[in-house]
Design a protein. Structure first.
Length: 420
């Protein structure tokens, strides 16, 4: 509520300087972290801007023109304060019966339910922000709402960032495939710049972009977030309306294989800057996907499968060990954990160790002893020194054996006098 001290407003540089100073004065940063942070982040903004601009295709017009947004089909049908009856709603649904159309639903009711508008009046009033959300906005918001709980509840922040980034890439590449000029982004390409999509559908409406994106997310889910599939397709989520295939279509897998073919291979993190074995999507896979889409699945569902297949090929090899098999781990799911940093060739199911008998069932009795048992040695009294450590008897030492193994046999009772 304070008045802006600068008559002309604050520049971005001034805001950054002010925020940095207040955090330092407040004790949230120390002085050396400011120049260190600038050094660490140097060039990141320019690189991000260059990547973004490469995704927009030929530089004609602004970002809005490049995106080419359009209203959903039947956008104004039954979108008033008074709810339509079933007959009128059926007419609206019929207007959006094309496979590249966003399915019709009561957008006003969705603004109330999904966006929290207090009433249908508020959801349609131009004095409130709710009326700006059309069915495509709500489709994307609904898709994210089905994924976010599984991401935030089960993973640390770094993994949350990875998952949301992957979903964003799926959505963007679906948009690029339904445009005249937008470029796709494939993690791990040698240039880290936009590339031509494998397929351009010839459809450029926002409906086509959003519908393809929902199919692409559904196709990729089993490879990176399988636990979210139920919530993603629960009513009234977009997946429930479109009924996409969760995972790859069997017909696609039969014809073109899987993004896992040849995995783990060489992780993307180990690529040579000039490119390498896995840096470029295999031409034979690209040709197969284009042919499959054209001949077997020319609609948005097939296009979403193509988008997911190509992106997953790269993201499964990006060095995160998302399948647990990087480095050739062969120990099975109990040892080859997804995203594990430590990678081992150890396989607990094979090897000489399986022949070892660690704890015999009938241990031999101990030989007669002519001296007191070591376990019966008296423990000296604790020292009065504060730094003295307590002394453990041999039998008091904690066991480090795995709980799945049988306990060792109990030792014979100690004898306090020499054996006769």
């Amino acid at each position: 509520g304070a008045v802006n001290p600068a008559p002309g407003g604050l520049s971005a540089a001034a805001i950054a300087e002010r925020c940095g100073a207040t955090r330092e004065l407040g004790g949230m940063h120390f002085s050396q972290s400011v120049p260190a942070g600038r050094k660490l982040a140097a060039g990141m903004g320019a690189e991000a801007a260059a990547t973004l601009l490469s995704l927009l295709g030929p530089r004609e017009g602004g970002v809005r023109q490049a995106l080419g947004g359009s209203a959903p089909c039947a956008a104004d049908c039954c979108a008033a304060v008074v709810e339509c009856n079933a007959t009128a709603q059926a007419v609206c649904m019929a207007e959006c019966g094309g496979r590249w159309d966003t399915p019709w639903f009561d957008v006003v009711l969705a603004r109330v339910g999904a966006l929290g508008a207090p009433s249908r009046e508020a959801a349609t009033s131009h004095e409130a922000p709710f009326f700006q959300a059309d069915r495509n906005h709500i489709m994307i918001i609904g898709a994210m709402a089905g994924l976010v709980p599984a991401i935030t509840d089960g993973y640390a922040f770094s993994f949350q960032t990875r998952f949301t980034n992957l979903v964003d890439q799926l959505v963007w590449n679906a948009f690029a495939s339904n445009s005249d000029r937008l470029q796709a982004l494939l993690f791990g390409s040698a240039t880290h710049r936009g590339v031509e999509p494998l397929v351009r559908s010839g459809h450029t409406s926002t409906d086509a972009k959003v519908v393809t994106a929902i199919h692409a997310i559904a196709a990729a889910l089993p490879f990176f977030l399988p636990e979210a599939a139920g919530a993603f397709c629960a009513a009234p989520a977009p997946c429930f309306l479109l009924r996409p295939t969760i995972g790859l279509e069997p017909r696609l897998a039969a014809k073109c294989g899987s993004p896992l073919d040849g995995y783990p291979g060489v992780p993307m993190a180990d690529f040579d800057p000039e490119g390498g074995e896995w840096a470029v999507f295999p031409p034979e896979k690209a040709e197969c996907l284009v042919e499959w889409h054209a001949e077997d699945a020319p609609g948005p569902s097939g296009l979403g499968q193509v988008v997911a297949f190509q992106l997953l090929w790269h993201r499964l090899r990006d060095g995160w060990n998302s399948m647990g098999l990087d480095g050739g781990c062969e120990g099975g799911p109990a040892y080859c954990l997804p995203y594990a940093e430590g990678r081992t060739q150890y396989n607990p199911q094979v090897g000489d160790c399986l022949e070892e008998e660690l704890f015999p069932a009938s241990p031999s009795p101990p030989p007669p002893s002519t001296s007191p048992s070591p376990s019966a040695e008296l423990v000296p009294p604790p020292s009065a020194s504060p730094s003295a450590r307590p002394v453990l008897k041999p039998n008091d030492r904690p066991s480090v054996r795995p709980s799945v193994l049988p306990p060792p046999p109990s030792p014979p009772p100690p004898s306090l006098s020499p054996s006769p």
